[in-house]
Design a protein around this ligand. Structure first.
Ligand code: KIV
Length: 250
């Protein structure tokens, strides 16, 4: 079994092969997703919400991402593992960004980091890429900007800004780019214009790949029901029914 690498992501775009990604935070689920054949596993900072029960991703720390990133990387044999850089681990200075991203790669054995930003983080993406740290960029809705935006969940419609962000990320050296919550027509245009793969979430089917938060996709977050989200199972119901059966038997 050949492991998926950063060049494979770029090659997939060239060959028109779609890329599938899901988030994972622990050993068992990461191994299961890998066995099911996903191309990429993202250790997302959604960790803060789906695992820690917080209302935003902001409190997540570098140490927590490294802890979960190492566990996930150990479980995954084939898929490309990408670890999110949490809030304020790459925005303060280039030196800090390189040092923190370097720690992620060294201590987790993941292959790449992801950070939120386009034009505003192009200098950081460039510096990390120059240090041989592959970067997946993330534009459109940026959950770490929640206080600037006021709320999450709203579609980002500023076409000029979105195009500029996507091009800036590619020019700075990003090997792929997440497009979150943007109109499908803009996602399609970005996908056509860029040579690196676009990975959409709430951005339509024209992207080169898709990423979903696994807990949402598996039906473990019943109150989160955005239009784009397809639930492939209702594991919460199954878990409650199984536990009730156990309680009754006891
Ligand atoms: O943190 C995360 O899980 C993400 C996905 C929503 C793409 O960034």
């Amino acid at each position: 079994m050949k492991p998926v690498t950063v060049p494979h992501f770029i090659e997939a775009k060239r060959k028109g092969r779609k890329l599938s990604m899901v988030t994972a935070y622990d050993y068992q689920w990461a191994g299961l997703f890998d066995e099911a054949g996903v191309d990429g596993v993202l250790v997302g900072d959604t960790l803060g919400m789906v695992v820690q029960g917080r209302s935003t991703t902001l409190p997540v720390t570098l140490e927590q991402m490294i802890y979960h990133g190492e566990i996930v990387s150990r479980a995954v044999q084939r898929a490309l593992v990408v670890v999110d850089m949490p809030f304020l681990t790459y925005q303060v200075s280039i030196e800090q960004a390189i040092s923190n991203a370097g720690r992620i790669l060294k201590e987790t054995t993941a292959s790449a980091v992801k950070l939120e930003g386009g034009v505003n983080q192009a200098h950081t993406i460039k510096a990390l890429t120059n240090a041989d740290i592959p970067v997946m960029a993330h534009v459109g809705l940026k959950p770490q900007s929640i206080h600037k935006l006021g709320s999450l969940g709203r579609i980002q419609r500023d076409k000029t800004q979105l195009l500029e962000d996507a091009h800036a990320a590619e020019e700075a050296g990003a090997f792929a780019i997440v497009l979150e919550m943007i109109p499908r027509s803009i996602a399609e245009q970005i996908t056509q214009e860029l040579t690196i793969p676009t990975i959409g979430i709430g951005a339509g089917a024209a992207c080169d790949g898709q990423v979903l938060v696994s807990n949402d996709m598996l039906g473990l977050t019943p109150s989160f029901n955005p239009k784009f989200l397809k639930k492939y199972a209702d594991l919460r119901k199954i878990g409650i029914e199984a536990t009730r059966a156990y309680v009754e038997e006891v």
